[in-house]
Design a protein around this ligand. Structure first.
Ligand code: KG4
Ligand code: ZN
Length: 359
């Protein structure tokens, strides 16, 4: 007999004080967080970067195993740091996709079991949408965030995504543009691997680029004047050509030519992202813009997007650095909004969605 979870409550969810456990295991971070009545109480992230570093990218099988080993402890730690017990939970939220299927299944099955045992509702969260909402969650010690005016133009740039959306409210998104090949973070990771910097590449390229000249190499700004789609794979190939032609392999890691190449590559990606975000803002007459995902941790991008929005006197919403990269606070936050709206309640038979477009 198919077993289903009981979710029906006579009191509307929005009126119940909410303590939500968020769980995330879509890629190479195992994460758990507690979110209570609009505030993040705890956010624990266990990164697998050291495990994948030597392979120059995430190895799916290793990721799933590491999630299995970590999920229980990470959850206990999030509960302990928030000084709450499982019995206090009034709901759960888990990343249902997109991501690596074996990795996703770890948190999904763990969340289903907890939800069943505690008889509390479980909602399935889209990871990309959760990134987009990360600027709107509150730190316990932070200032209250003024709710934004909609619509917003949203750029989510991470290891798996470079997408532009129109956001009509916290739960309603429409796709405006996307990458036709590599995601922006993926381009950083592949280029870093080429330059011998290891995985993940974003931060190491940013560091190297700090002392480089962004105008040293004239790299292309792909699809700059063609709609709102991106393409980053050609750029990566150009970097490889320069690297080989100038025989940079033989140079030490702190060589000026390498720094210049890193700076020129970073400038090409970031200028493209900001230009397209500006195009999206204009197209939908946005009241503001959101920058989110791991690449939004990049200082050059944050500054350039901030200046672009300041020019048109509209706000830019960017999460603090810890909430740009993968975390479970953003999952709990979006989950709380979904539970309050009675959205996306999961049954025990719920599947993971490795490819899951945002709508
Ligand atoms: O959001 P995230 O943690 O995971 C995914 O959902 O993919 O993003 C990770 C990506 C990686 O590709 C990483 O290289 C990139 O974000 N990243 C950065 C920076 N920090 C992380 N890219 C550019 N500059 C950074 N500072
Ligand atoms: Zn992510």
């Amino acid at each position: 007999m198919k077993k289903t979870l009981r979710f029906i409550s006579l009191t509307p969810l929005a009126k119940i004080p909410m303590l939500i456990l968020g769980l995330e295991s879509s890629c190479d971070e195992t994460a758990a967080a507690l979110y209570e009545d609009g505030v993040v109480l705890s956010s624990v992230v266990r990164s697998q970067v050291d495990l994948h570093h030597r392979y120059g990218g995430v190895v799916p099988e290793i990721a799933s195993r590491a999630h299995l080993e970590a999920i229980d402890e990470v959850t206990r730690q999030a509960l302990a740091e928030a000084d709450r017990s499982p019995a206090n939970l009034t709901g759960l939220a888990v990343t249902q996709g997109p991501g690596l299927v074996g990795a996703l299944l770890v948190a999904l099955n763990f969340a289903k079991a907890l939800s069943f045992a505690l008889n509390q509702p479980l909602t399935g969260v889209n990871h990309v949408k959760a990134h987009a909402l990360a600027p709107f969650m509150h730190h316990p010690s932070g200032e209250k965030i003024t709710p934004p005016n909609f619509p917003l133009a949203v750029l989510v740039a991470s290891g798996g995504h470079s997408h532009l959306y129109k956001m009509d409210d916290y739960l309603t998104f429409n796709l405006l543009g996307r990458t036709r090949d590599d995601a922006a973070g993926e381009a950083f990771d592949k280029t870093a691997k080429l330059l011998g910097l290891g995985y993940p590449g974003g931060l190491s390229i940013e560091h190297l680029a700090k002392e480089g000249d962004p105008k040293a190499y004239a790299l292309p700004r792909p699809l700059l004047h063609t709609g709102l789609d991106f393409s980053f794979s050609g750029l990566k190939t150009q970097v490889r050509n320069i690297y080989q032609q100038e025989n940079l392999t033989a140079r030490p890691a702190n060589d000026q030519a390498l720094k210049n190449l890193a700076a020129s590559f970073q400038a090409a990606v970031m200028e493209t992202l900001v230009h397209k975000l500006k195009g999206a803002v204009k197209l939908i007459r946005a009241e503001g813009a959101v920058l989110a995902g791991g690449v939004a941790a990049n200082e050059t991008l944050r500054t350039a997007a901030g200046e672009m929005m300041a020019e048109i006197s509209r706000p830019l919403y960017v999460p603090p650095l810890e909430w740009c990269v993968d975390n479970a606070a953003m999952i709990a936050h979006l989950g709380a909004r979904q539970l309050a709206a009675g959205h996306s309640l999961l049954e025990l038979s719920a599947e993971a969605y490795p490819r899951w477009p945002v709508t």
